[in-house]
Design a protein around this ligand. Structure first.
Ligand code: FES
Ligand code: FE2
Length: 347
């Protein structure tokens, strides 16, 4: 995980999960935390696919420690190129496999006593014993590699993946260049970030867009497609267009602006722990003819997306979640979005 933002100590997000039984509170700060209601009335990690890494960053033979989904994890890539993820602690005596673990062929070796595990987490060798240990099984996490991004499945009730990560046509098309944007840590919740997609009224005030139109929603199980009419402000004047956002669960938003250029953007949001998410873009923009470089328009679009993310962050980090908001005509379909989002929390 690349940390690109500092999280101030004592920030609201770090207090929210201090809500411990009252008898453990010993300081004024902890008392305050106990009395503060939870910031969000739903679990921090709904079911879904979440970005763990950019595929090119995970080298063959690497073993990488990470902390996402409230857990210590390890991500490794075998010599044949298989990428796997598991809970970080060795089932033998608990070493963190991400600190000193090594790859030999298709096997992951623990740094502490040299036990070896295959790509499904099964213990296949104990160097000082003629037997393996059937109980010593790594808790593997389903991984999908798509669009050059490594995603992990999180089942909030332990359920297996409920759908596949979509593969973008633009990711297979050599006339597009793939650019990974930086990831930022934000004190918020995945649902709060993605609610912005349907909150069309905020674009005018937070992002200073010239205008916005109505939103059309199409819902298909874990997919919610929102098409919003917008007016793009360009150096050559205003252009009528739209923004199509396809949400796949609460971790993946595939955005395609229509009207000024053909491009696709994956906005991926991953729960880190209670009150903290990591978010960022993967862009697919047209190449300048005969080069591997983005066109000027592609560059401008990427800069605009990045600027919009920066503009949203102060609102996200300080807002409260209103379970029964006071809405007006002209607000986007917030309630429909929340009803759709509810499916990812289980019962
Ligand atoms: S803790 Fe991993 S082999 Fe002993
Ligand atoms: Fe926004």
């Amino acid at each position: 995980m690349t940390e690109t933002r500092n999280i101030p100590s004592g920030a609201r997000a770090s207090q929210a999960h201090l809500a411990a039984p009252a008898h453990t509170a010993t300081t004024a700060e902890e008392q305050n935390a106990v009395e503060r209601p939870a910031r969000f009335p739903f679990p921090f990690a709904p079911s879904g696919w979440y970005q763990l890494a950019q595929q090119p960053d995970i080298m063959t033979g690497s073993v990488t420690p990470m902390h996402y989904l409230g857990r210590d994890l390890v991500l490794w890539r075998t010599e044949l190129g298989e990428i796997r993820a598991a809970e970080a602690f060795c089932p033998h005596l608990g070493a963190h496999l991400g600190y000193g673990g090594t790859i030999e062929g298709e096997l992951l070796t623990c740094p502490f006593h040299g036990w070896r595990f295959d790509t499904s987490g099964v213990n296949v060798q104990i160097p000082y014993s003629d037997r393996t240990n059937l109980k010593a099984h790594l808790t593997c996490i389903p991984v999908a590699v798509a669009n050059g991004v490594v995603f992990a499945w999180h089942g909030s009730r332990g359920e297996p993946p409920g759908w596949e990560v979509p593969v973008l046509d633009e990711s297979l098309d050599r006339s597009f260049v793939r650019v990974a944007g930086e990831r930022v840590l934000i004190r918020s919740h995945v649902q709060e970030l993605l609610e912005n997609v349907v909150d069309v009224a905020h674009f005018q005030f937070v992002h200073h867009t010239a205008g916005f139109g109505s939103v059309e929603l199409v819902e298909q199980g874990p997919m919610l497609r929102s098409t919003a009419g917008v007016v793009f402000v360009t150096p050559k004047g205003n252009v009528d267009g739209s923004v199509v956002s396809e949400l796949w669960g609460l971790g993946i938003d595939i955005v395609r602006p229509k009207g000024i250029l053909h491009a696709a953007v994956i906005f991926a949001v991953t729960p880190v722990k209670d009150g903290l998410v990591e978010a960022g873009y993967t862009f697919f923009v047209p190449k300048k003819h005969g080069t591997n470089e983005p066109t000027n328009l592609g560059r401008a679009m990427m800069a605009d997306f990045s600027k919009q993310l920066e503009q949203d962050i102060p609102i996200w980090e300080h807002k409260a979640y209103k379970p029964s908001p006071a809405l007006a005509r002209g607000d986007g379909p917030i309630v429909a979005f929340r009803r759709w989002a509810y499916q990812f929390y289980g019962d």
